[in-house]
Design a protein around this ligand. Structure first.
Ligand code: GDP
Length: 470
């Protein structure tokens, strides 16, 4: 017999009042929370950095580190031992790369930061999109070793694509950690060369220079993460007097929160946890959710009751817009829970769409986009087959004014209004499902109204939803 599901403890109005009070206190308090996605080319040192940072900030006990060290030298990859803290599954450990988004948090003097680790491997860009669509800020890790920075930055490297992607998904602040400076004898000129190559690209990609910060580090030895004065910091001490990485993390801007918006909880991961039951991870994109509420799951007619809410290792009575949390569910048929589905309050459902108009910008593409082009549509953690069914107009990038109606093609770095229609790929039979996704216009909900468009494994454009057509 299933246990009686919990009931909401407070009425919505009361809850909102409480949330508002709590957020006012938070705003005035010392600790503000936000989330961070870690991006960069494969092998730049992202996992090493995060493992080391978690350790230095006291979240990894010494015991665990020893166990990780033993485990990783056994399979002959001891340099990866710092990465183990984040790289959870056996498959990831054996391949020595990060595949999934892990939910971890780190605590600096004034910030509580949820970390969304993103993989650098080319095949795993979809995971990185999922992480970035839930983040308030980005930490870009670049490898400063001779030739390595260049390999990551040239076309085909992930440095550029990741930066464009996170900006398109709404992330406006970025910290660039210039890593492995030990490999170039902590040369100031190499650090400056990398900064001056990246700066114009960041501006072109839409980042304000006031919201981009650079910091020289050595992740492996822990140099300039929380302190500059380590024996390993070599020549860095002589020329660098600026902030440490932790100093920069500590000044990141927390997100603004819209608690009056309708509740939207797009699911980025579904899992079963022994003892705790079924959990769904994601970011609250509007409104507030509390323990005991029955929520609808869209698409479909499923519902679930929120048994508990957790953020890393704390249990919470409620979670508000902008929080990355896990909801543990009860009274739910797991068949309704899939990645990309959205949980809502039953009296205010997110619309479902099969076709919509969008304002997009094309990336640095070789082959222009034509009407009818088959693409993959990325929305939050979901990707679905779609087609660019109509090219409505090209637009001036600065003013948004129509430049040309019914253009024949869209070339690279072009701003345009297009119609996008989901494609039905399954032939027929019982598994055939009408393609439909939960979607909202950008003007109604910024988080739910952003899309990315990919073609044959390459991101070709990004944009915002203007209106739903059907
Ligand atoms: P990821 O793919 O970006 O997550 O990169 P990893 O964290 O797995 O690191 C890739 C490789 O770079 C590993 O062999 C690390 O030991 C190495 N590495 C990371 N940070 C440093 C550093 O500060 N100095 C040096 N010399 N090597 C580093």
């Amino acid at each position: 017999v299933e246990e009686e599901p919990p009931k909401p403890t407070i009425a919505l109005e009361k809850l909102l009042e409480e949330v508002r009070k709590e957020m006012d206190t938070q705003e005035r308090s010392e600790k503000r929370s936000l989330s961070l996605v870690v991006i960069g080319h494969v092998d730049a040192g992202k996992s090493t950095l995060m493992g080391r940072l978690l350790y230095e900030l006291g979240r990894v006990e010494e015991k665990k580190r020893m166990a990780n060290e033993r485990g990783s030298s056994k399979i002959g990859k001891s340099s990866f031992s710092w990465a183990w803290e984040l790289d959870g599954t056996t498959e990831e450990r054996e391949r020595g790369i990060t595949m999934d988004i892990a939910l971890q948090s780190l605590s600096t003097p004034h910030r509580e930061i949820t970390i969304l680790d993103a993989p650098g491997h080319k095949d795993f860009i979809p995971n990185m999109i999922s992480g970035a669509s839930q983040a308030d800020s980005a930490l870009l890790v670049v490898d400063s070793a001779t030739g390595e920075f260049e390999a990551g930055f040239e076309r085909g490297g992930q440095t550029r694509e990741h930066l464009l992607l996170v900006r398109s998904l709404g992330v406006s602040q970025v910290i660039v950690a210039v890593n492995k400076l030990d490999q170039v004898q902590w040369e100031k000129s190499r650090y400056e060369e990398i900064c001056s190559t990246l700066k114009p690209f960041l501006v072109q990609s839409g980042f304000q220079s006031s919201k981009t910060r650079f910091v020289p580090i050595g992740a492996m030895a822990g140099v300039n993460l929380s302190s500059r004065d380590s024996p390993e910091s070599g020549a860095l001490k002589q020329w660098y007097k600026g902030p440490t990485l932790v100093d920069l993390l500590d000044t990141l801007e927390p997100p603004s929160r819209d608690i009056m918006a309708p509740l939207r909880f797009p699911i980025s991961n579904v899992f079963k946890e022994q003892g705790a039951g079924i959990g769904v991870a994601g970011r609250v994109c509007g409104g507030v959710v509390q323990v005991g509420e029955r929520l609808r799951i869209l698409p479909g007619d499923g519902t679930a009751v929120v048994k508990s809410i957790s953020n890393d290792d704390h249990s919470l009575p409620w979670a508000a817009d902008g929080s990355n949390v896990i909801l543990y569910l009860t009274s739910v048929d797991p068949v309704h829970l899939s990645i990309g589905s959205v949980m809502c309050r039953p009296d205010n459902l997110i619309p479902l769409a099969t076709a919509f108009t969008a304002r997009i910008i094309t990336f640095d593409i070789d082959i222009p986009v034509i009407a009818g082009a088959s693409v993959e549509l990325y929305h939050h953690s979901r990707d679905v087959p779609a087609s660019i069914s109509k090219l409505v107009s090209t637009l001036d990038r600065a003013t948004g004014a129509v430049v040309k109606k019914n253009p024949r093609v869209l070339a690279k770095t072009t701003s345009a209004e297009v119609q996008i229609t989901l494609r039905n790929t399954s032939m027929s039979g019982p598994s055939a499902q009408a393609p439909i996704i939960p979607l909202e216009s950008f003007s109604n909900n910024k988080d739910m109204g952003r899309i990315l468009i990919r073609r044959s494994g390459e991101t070709i454009g990004a944009g915002v939803v203007l209106s739903l057509l059907s």
